[in-house]
Design a protein around this ligand. Structure first.
Ligand SMILES: CC(C)(COP(=O)(O)OP(=O)(O)OC[C@H]1O[C@@H](n2cnc3c(N)ncnc32)[C@H](O)[C@@H]1OP(=O)(O)O)[C@@H](O)C(=O)NCCC(=O)NCCS
Length: 201
């Protein structure tokens, strides 16, 4: 398939895989954290105070999401740009739909997005009665300026309407901005997972 590196992700409780993977030529590279937010304990900001405007992604706007996602994640560990076909596929697996994605605007500019999921979607690795933030991103010109909270709250507000008791997500433990953002919002560490990689050519 032309890949240069194979990645594999295991739960930190999986001691057998931790012994086996190095013997198979995989090197440990990263720890990820599995976080959970108890929706009842969440302090909700007044969304009227948000400097951003929000709307759902619509069918036919997959190219816009592809551009915002690829721009937001440029330079982050492990990310390779998504094609339009990848995005169309991910938006429509199982019970997912473009409406799950909340776009955040500063005037006419789409500056970020929050991609939500619910556990009724059987492809999710989240427990049945949970919601999930599967992706969140802010375009580089707006990063580090305090917009993260408002984009996250846009996604959480959408999940809140569905009456879900808790929301989960996965974050790279070395992604300082993302970890701070989630901690400030009240997410707690549930468990961790380890990424390994192996050159394959
Ligand atoms: C992660 C991301 C959504 C955060 O949004 P942001 O608007 O850049 O972040 P904010 O300015 O709102 O800051 C959020 C917190 O991170 C801290 N922070 C921001 N940039 C930081 C940096 N470069 N290093 C360390 N901390 C940082 C802020 O001080 C703030 O902390 P606080 O909540 O304790 O006050 C955004 O940076 C992004 O899109 N990054 C690339 C894609 C990505 O990594 N997505 C997350 C995948 S899980």
């Amino acid at each position: 398939m032309g890949a240069e590196i194979a990645h594999i992700n295991i739960l930190e409780s999986n001691k057998v895989a931790q012994l086996a993977l190095p013997r198979l030529g995989f090197n440990y590279v990263r720890r990820f954290l599995e976080l959970r937010l108890d929706m009842e304990k969440t302090r909700w900001p007044d969304m009227e105070q948000s400097p951003l405007q929000y709307r759902h992604l619509k069918q036919g706007e997959e190219e816009l999401l592809t551009a915002v996602q690829n721009s937001s994640f440029t330079g982050t560990w492990g990310f390779s740009p998504n094609t339009l076909a990848d995005i169309v596929f991910r938006l429509n697996i199982g019970s997912r739909s473009p409406e799950d994605v909340v776009l955040a605007y500063d005037g006419d500019n789409a500056i970020g997005y929050c991609w939500t999921e619910t556990a009724s979607d059987l492809t999710s690795n989240t427990a049945r009665d949970m919601g999930r933030i599967s992706m969140i991103g802010i375009v580089p010109a707006y990063q580090g300026r305090g917009f993260g909270k408002w984009v996250l709250m846009g996604g959480l507000a959408q999940l809140k309407k569905r009456g879900l008791p808790a929301i989960e997500l996965t974050v790279d433990s070395q992604n300082k901005a993302a970890c701070s953002l989630y901690k400030s919002a009240g997410f707690k560490v549930r468990t961790g997972s380890f990424w390994y990689e192996k050159p394959v050519n």
